[in-house]
Design a protein around this ligand. Structure first.
Ligand code: NAD
Ligand code: ZN
Length: 375
């Protein structure tokens, strides 16, 4: 009798997607210093035949470095060097896909992204668009991809975004900056070799590392938090604190930040990011400010939402003598400011995670403008 009563009270979801997300994880991962040398063997078993190449999309910061010589390029494989100066665009994805389709008679055996979030996202998007018709911009959103992507591998060379583990690829499109969120986006294989992050300039190390730190703060302080997200978020946050606040040897620091990135990405997979990310999207869309630094620029002024997180962030800034640029929004026109605000406000799930269902009563355009004007 008692049991029946309970069953009637609890809403039982009928579809997995209604209440529980059934999301994919990276099925295979190699970890360790020097593990890049295993790439040739890993790819060999995935080669369809000699006419179906492996296409390596590599950050052009590695041009003329020994990493290029270590890429296991054989048969008709191609290494394409790409600048990470600007964040990936849908038209860039379309152009890469067109080039690959025109050059080869067969679809590639695999796409391998080697670089930071920019190159990882490009590799994910190209792998999807080689099997799905039309432009990448048609798939920006949630679960719009219908067909299995080409086998794709992610090899991060800078740590923090969590792009190596996420089910999205964030692209700037003609109308919006939005991810292709799908079950086919996630990498089939990830290779985590901390030695690859050796040459990262200090400022960039900090900005991309803070992306991870901010993922943790926004996930752990969000209303969507659950034990799954919390378990990854807490581990990632602890690693970030070791890396950015303690004296640890550089090689250990590289290893820990690489794993912090992984856990931070896992944490937001089952929750959401928050205020800094929503506002950073606005900065990125209107001014082309990159994700990592954009998050930092916003986060420093979010003590109202994340008091302890901002206090620790300021400690980290000081400890590493990072000086954030100022006056970024000083010369914005009213129309640009309005676009920035509307891009930020359109990120409803992020606001709901940060502030709960009634977020619209807390976040007004005036409030966002006041924060943007400080940046
Ligand atoms: P990035 O890929 O933009 O690279 C930043 C800079 O670091 C570039 O100049 C690059 O050349 C340089 N760099 C990278 N590795 C280096 C190395 N080993 N040595 C020297 N220089 C190196 O940086 P990021 O912060 O990792 O990525 C930002 C991108 O990631 C944005 O486009 C953002 O939208 C995306 N992102 C995606 C997700 C996701 O889940 N898909 C999550 C967060 C961010
Ligand atoms: Zn982020």
């Amino acid at each position: 009798m008692e049991v029946k009563k309970q069953m009637a009270l609890k809403k039982i979801p009928t579809k997995a997607s209604e209440e529980f997300r059934n999301f994919p994880m990276v099925p295979r991962v190699v970890y360790g210093k020097g593990s890049f040398n295993t790439l040739g063997d890993i790819l060999m078993s995935k080669r369809k035949h000699s006419e179906a190449p492996m296409i390596y999309l590599v950050d052009d910061v590695f041009e003329n470095t020994e990493l290029i010589d270590r890429i296991p390029s054989i048969f008709c494989d191609q290494i394409i060097l790409i600048s990470a100066e600007e964040e990936p665009k849908t038209e860039q994805v379309d152009a890469l896909v067109k080039m690959i389709v025109e050059k080869y008679t067969e679809l590639p055996s695999g796409i391998i992204g080697i670089g930071g979030g920019t190159l990882l996202d490009l590799a994910k998007a190209v792998a999807i668009m080689l099997t799905n018709k039309g432009s990448a911009s048609e798939y920006q959103g949630w679960d719009l991809v219908n067909k299995q992507s080409i086998y794709h591998v992610g090899i991060p060379t800078i740590s923090g975004t969590g792009a190596e583990v996420s089910r999205t690829t964030v692209l700037m499109g003609p109308e919006k900056k939005l991810g292709i969120n799908s079950d086919f986006t996630t990498f089939d294989q990830v290779l985590l070799d901390p030695e690859l992050t050796k040459g990262v300039p200090k400022d960039q190390w900090f900005y991309t590392g803070m992306d991870c730190y901010i993922h943790c703060i926004e996930s752990l302080n969000g209303t969507f938090l659950n034990a799954f997200s919390q378990s990854y978020g807490e581990k990632s946050l602890a690693l970030c604190k070791e890396v950015f606040l303690e004296d640890i040897p550089e090689s250990e620091s590289r290893e820990k930040l690489m794993m912090a990135s992984w856990h931070g990405g896992m944490s937001i997979a089952y929750s959401q990011v928050g205020v800094a990310h929503a506002m950073s999207y606005g900065l990125g869309y209107v001014l082309g400010v990159k994700h990592g630094i954009g998050n930092c620029l916003v986060f420093q002024y979010l003590e109202e939402f994340y008091p302890e997180g901002v206090m620790i962030f300021n400690k980290m800034l000081k400890r590493h003598e990072i000086v954030l640029p100022k006056g970024i929004c000083a010369n914005l026109t009213t129309s640009e400011m309005n676009t920035m605000i509307s891009v930020a406000i359109s990120m409803a799930p992020l606001w709901e995670n940060a502030l709960g269902e009634n977020w619209k009563s807390i976040i007004t355009p005036e409030k966002l403008e006041a924060i943007y004007r400080k940046i």
